[in-house]
Design a protein around this ligand. Structure first.
Ligand code: CTP
Ligand code: CA
Length: 231
């Protein structure tokens, strides 16, 4: 099918996309963060809107223009992202977790700038685990919070990309996992991406190196195939 034939195939659907990367503040001037630009998540939001979906874009620290016709919910931290995603996904047909979520956050937030002491060698920062939002949405197949909702994750891997991706898909319980290989020069901040989309049904869909829009459209193709038929 040519792209045009698929136009508006998400009409009547509500989809939620997370984009960007969380920042976990230590004090008023510092945070733990990552290099996610948000471009892939924004491309997913634009693509879904163009295909007729109502789109909620939960955006973590992405310095990108707001796509037209998309509801944007700005967030900072992983905990805020979780709250926004759970709220928006209550009536969603699909959720795509494209955001890079910090695995850990500082245990405490210092309201004043953290100062080092003379002779102090131990860093003054303790970290605690953040909630795993994707695993919470996906559950294990049987007790998914919202049955029928299609849940998609992203994974950036540097080694054993496919094996790590397959294991991660099973661990998270999601329907689809978009796996891309990252390295020093690959993916972060770039306009292009190359990926393999793994399905819980065993499917593998390679997406050749190309614009993030093309990967976005492939993701929505695979999501659309898995949506329960509109009643
Ligand atoms: N994710 C999430 N909540 C977290 C961490 C990750 O929802 N606390 C989501 C990401 O948005 C992404 C997927 O899980 O869609 C995979 O993220 P990744 O960091 O690759 O997975 P982890 O389970 O954190 O594994 P790793 O130890 O490799 O970082
Ligand atoms: Ca992680």
């Amino acid at each position: 099918l040519a792209r045009g034939d698929l136009a508006r195939d998400l009409t009547g659907r509500h989809v939620v996309v997370s984009a960007g990367g969380t920042r976990e503040p230590l004090d008023p001037v510092r945070f733990l963060g990552n290099r996610s630009s948000g471009k892939q998540g924004y491309a997913l939001a634009r693509s879904a809107a163009a295909r007729g979906a109502r789109v909620t874009l939960v955006s973590a620290n992405a310095a990108l223009p707001e796509p037209a016709g998309v509801d944007i919910v700005p967030v900072g931290t992983a905990v805020q992202l979780r709250e926004a995603i759970l709220k928006a996904s209550a009536d969603a047909d699909a959720v795509v977790m494209a955001a890079a979520v910090a695995d850990f956050r500082p245990e405490t937030y210092a309201t004043g700038k953290i100062k080092k002491r003379d002779g102090q060698e131990q860093p003054p920062i303790a970290l605690v685990r953040n909630p795993d939002i994707l695993a919470e949405l996906a559950g294990i197949a049987a007790d998914r919070p919202r049955p029928g909702q299609v849940v998609v994750g992203f994974a950036a891997e540097t080694d054993d990309v496919l094996a790590n991706g397959r294991a991660k898909l099973e661990r998270k319980g999601c329907d689809l996992l978009v796996v891309n290989e990252v390295g020093e020069r690959k993916t972060f901040g770039s306009e292009e991406n190359e990926a393999v989309v793994l399905g819980a049904d065993g499917s593998e869909t390679p997406v050749p190196y190309g614009p993030k829009e093309a990967l976005a459209d492939t993701v929505w193709d695979l999501v659309a195939e898995r949506l329960p038929k509109n009643s």
